[in-house]
Design a protein around this ligand. Structure first.
Ligand code: BTN
Length: 246
């Protein structure tokens, strides 16, 4: 097992991603190490958002990877592998989870997990990846500022042993990372697409202030979202360029 070969626990820290980056720079952590915590004082989400998580209730994990064989232009495959690993874990406890592009994990129309991938590219080589993962496990009440959150507990009414969950999720992620490394990226991409939230359905979106009805048709090789409009015109979006309307 690669992912989780070494586990480093903190009761409280600023952010597991920031701590992982620090430990990596200082040579105190390497490929396969997992940094996890009970509480983050400055948990980070994508695009400068905050990640808020009640103390001791959820999983807050950062995984250090050295995916040197992945070309920088293929880095979205790492995101796909991590997303699918989380889906495997969620599906072990619940019915089918979905991936809201690029890598939010949804159950029905609500978010159960988020991923913050931070890649470091040096001299055209993907030197290291820090995959930060927040999964809502036992939290029942969420701040109003958090849009459409759910947890395993809100969905099943049960309380989960987070240590067991951590072991399970690391096993799931390890399996998906192996698949990525064994040169089966097409399998990952097909599975990612089969789980894509709103794939091939008409829904409302907003881009550059304009509302439009569109249908998600897939992603490009570099991970941009492909949507067609009702008039058949095709568009591609980067994260934050398109907003899903509920
Ligand atoms: C998102 O949905 O915007 C991504 C959220 C990622 C949150 C996790 S929690 C563990 C790790 N440490 C952080 O500071 N962020 C990630």
């Amino acid at each position: 097992m690669t992912i989780g070969s070494n586990l480093i626990y903190f009761k409280e820290l600023t952010s597991t991603n920031s701590q992982a980056s620090r430990l990596l720079k200082e040579g105190l952590a390497a490929h396969g190490y997992v940094i996890y915590a009970d509480y983050q004082t400055s948990g980070r989400g994508r695009a400068g958002n905050k990640w808020e998580s009640e103390r001791g209730k959820n999983l807050l994990i950062s995984i250090i990877l050295n995916p040197k064989s992945i070309l920088p232009e293929d880095q979205f495959y790492i995101s796909m592998a991590i997303s699918l690993g989380i889906c495997d874990f969620i599906d072990y406890h619940l019915s089918e989870s979905k991936i809201k592009w690029p890598n939010d994990i949804y159950v029905n129309d609500d978010k159960i997990a988020g991923i913050l991938i931070e890649n470091s590219i040096l001299g055209g080589i993907l030197e290291s990846t820090i995959a930060g993962i927040g999964i809502n496990i036992n939290q029942i009440k969420f701040p109003l500022s958090v849009p459409n959150p759910v947890s395993l507990s809100t969905l099943t009414g049960r309380e989960y042993d987070r240590k067991v969950c951590l072991k399970e999720i690391l096993g799931c992620l390890d399996g998906r990372y192996e698949l990525l490394m064994s040169g089966k990226p097409e399998q990952l991409k097909n599975e990612y697409l089969s789980r894509l939230y709103r794939l091939n359905e008409w829904h409302l979106y907003r881009s550059e202030g304009k509302l439009f009805r569109g249908m998600i048709k897939g992603i490009t090789t570099c991970g941009r979202l492909r949507i067609i409009e009702e008039n058949g015109a095709g568009m591609e979006f980067d994260f934050k360029e398109v907003e899903y309307i509920r």
